[in-house]
Design a protein around this ligand. Structure first.
Ligand code: ZN
Length: 167
């Protein structure tokens, strides 16, 4: 369901840049570089979150927090018409949570496949969870991404969070 690959609107770009700033804040706080926003049908940012796994709970992904917040705070119609922006494509857990609560489109800056390729380049073992795209886990969810313009900055952020000086 990916469309308009590599073409961002001005609003997309602004929201994705904010996600990347949240990812940067996460790294500065000792967490992994992921940040996400929920934007409602009127274009208002309703929630911002960043990764919070630094405390030891590896499920504290921003997209998962957004799904749970949406379930508790938005009507089904509001959820369906919302767009979730995120610095990195949802993992399988977050894709499932997004679909279970009935949220709308996902716009992601970098894909899970890109992150897996960077990790492999850096000689790291694959993570504990398979790299399955949103399209596989939540086939009814419209997606846009990845966008090449954000890849260098995200690659650098992931390298920094892994303690790699210059990747
Ligand atoms: Zn996740």
């Amino acid at each position: 369901m990916t469309d308009a690959r590599d073409t961002t609107t001005a609003a997309d770009r602004s929201h994705l840049q904010r996600c990347i700033q949240l990812a940067r804040d996460a790294v500065d706080a000792g967490d992994e570089p992921f940040g996400s926003l929920l934007v409602d049908a009127t274009g208002v940012v309703r929630l911002e979150e960043r990764n919070r796994v630094g405390g030891g709970d590896e499920t504290r992904h921003p997209e998962f927090e957004i799904a749970r917040w949406a379930a508790n705070n938005l009507t089904p119609d509001e959820r369906r018409s919302s767009v979730v922006y995120t610095s990195g494509e949802h993992c399988p857990m977050c894709s499932a949570a997004h679909a279970w609560v009935g949220l709308g489109t996902i716009v992601f800056a970098a894909s899970g496949a890109q992150l897996a390729a960077w990790r492999s380049e850096w000689g790291l073992a694959p993570g504990a969870v398979a790299v399955l795209g949103i399209d596989t886990i939540a086939p009814g969810t419209p997606t846009r991404g990845p966008f090449a313009e954000f890849a260098p900055e995200l690659r650098e952020l992931h390298a920094r969070s892994l303690g790699l000086a210059q990747a």
